[in-house]
Design a protein around this ligand. Structure first.
Ligand SMILES: NC(=O)c1ccc[n+]([C@@H]2O[C@H](COP(=O)([O-])OP(=O)(O)OC[C@H]3O[C@@H](n4cnc5c(N)ncnc54)[C@H](O)[C@@H]3O)[C@@H](O)[C@H]2O)c1
Length: 358
């Protein structure tokens, strides 16, 4: 049976979705929506070239027309971050399954609303934390779960990347607390999601953010000290000012029996893989270059929608945990004291005028 897909938001990241949809035989793109008609034209052309399919694809400047289209089974939401929550809730209320770009939402109340409506409507929603699907991280997760690292005591996540002023100046939403939510939510969330997935839920956060280059409202330097529920400690350090260009992303997991440290421009280098079972290192190296995570993510989602698999690798509560950790860093930086998670309420709108210490 062919599954019909409607795509809302035809910008940069839409291309990843179009490529993946075009590679999966059971999927067919049947409608797109964007407020910019040129973006819709580009998306349709890209899909047709990649898929070699010539089915007609509807174009809607109003995303509601995708939601009321009864033929559409799954809605992919790839619009700017501040629109995610409302669009996801609306799509669920129209009985669609949803693939939602990260971040899930920009406030706790919006995130909880999505969870509640998905439950009530009995529909599936997947938040695109695609790195969980990258084979090397699935292997590291298995190593931790089978005890080969022993008891974990420390996890360190570092993001050292470069975003020039033009990145913010050329966008009408990036770097805005209200529309984007900050670099931890935009760029850092993948790394923080991996840290939380591998180490466990976060109980307490002490965070600090700095907005140094004032071309935008949000932070460009952030640090966080975490206490996980198993009492292991965590450190997050992130900046988007690394000169002269991206250095990369680094994740190190320390356990009483072993250490795994992975880094590089695209997590393509194992710095150390020492575990209680020596064969792990070869297995990690064997899958290191498989970066087909988008494909694996879509396959998992389709199998769950078709009742062929029971679980999503990232469920909504997981996505909320990662979001909550970042909100905790922001909240702690405003209060200038550690905060306990879960927070009852937080919205990035509260950060307006509080870009961080200078
Ligand atoms: N998973 C990832 O690795 C990844 C990578 C990049 C971006 N993202 C996320 O994807 C989202 C989009 O990012 P992007 O870089 O593609 O941004 P973008 O600015 O390139 O694209 C956003 C698109 O949304 C459209 N849009 C805005 N309002 C709309 C509306 N009301 N209805 C329909 N379309 C509308 C814009 O016209 C634009 O084409 C962001 O939330 C971002 O965090 C995820």
């Amino acid at each position: 049976m062919t599954i019909s897909i409607g795509l809302i938001g035809c910008g940069y990241i839409a291309n990843k979705h179009l490529k993946t949809i075009s590679q999966l035989d059971e999927l067919e793109l049947t409608a797109v929506s964007d407020i910019d008609s040129g973006k819709m034209d580009e998306a349709i052309l890209t899909y047709q070239q990649l898929s070699n399919k010539e089915n007609s694809i509807k174009m809607h400047s109003n995303f509601h027309d995708i939601l009321t289209d009864k033929e559409i089974d799954i809605v992919v939401i790839a619009t700017i971050s501040s629109l995610h929550a409302n669009m996801a809730v609306e799509a669920l209320l129209h009985n669609k399954h949803v693939i939602l770009e990260k971040p899930l939402a920009l406030s706790i109340s919006d995130a909880q609303k999505i969870l509640q409506v998905a439950r009530e409507q009995e529909k599936y929603i997947l938040v695109c934390h695609q790195l969980r699907y990258r084979p090397v991280f699935r292997k590291i997760k298995n190593i931790i779960e089978d005890g080969s690292l022993g008891e974990l005591y420390l996890g360190v996540a570092s993001m050292r990347i470069h975003r020039p002023n033009s990145y913010y100046k050329e966008s009408n939403w990036k770097g805005s607390w209200e529309k984007d939510g900050g670099m931890l939510l935009n760029q850092g969330i993948h790394l923080i999601d991996l840290l939380v997935w591998l180490m466990g839920d976060v109980q307490m956060v002490f965070g600090d953010i700095v907005n140094k280059s004032k071309v935008k409202e949000t932070e460009d330097i952030a640090s966080g000290i975490l206490i996980f529920s198993n009492q292991a400690r965590g450190i997050i350090e992130a900046n988007t000012m690394t000169q002269p260009e991206n250095l990369g992303y680094y994740l190190s997991i320390f356990g009483e029996k072993g250490t795994i440290s992975i880094g590089g421009s695209n997590f393509n280098k194992i710095e150390r893989c020492y575990t209680a079972s020596p064969s792990n290192k070869n297995e990690v190296l064997t899958v290191l270059d498989d970066h087909n995570e988008h494909m694996y993510m879509y396959q998992n989602f389709i199998n769950v929608v078709n009742n062929k698999e029971k679980l999503l690798l990232i469920d909504m509560n997981d996505a909320l945990q990662s979001l909550m950790t970042i909100f905790g860093i922001y909240e702690s930086s405003i209060l200038n004291e550690p905060v306990n998670l879960p927070l009852d309420s937080f919205t990035t709108k509260d950060m307006n005028g509080k870009g961080g210490r200078i």
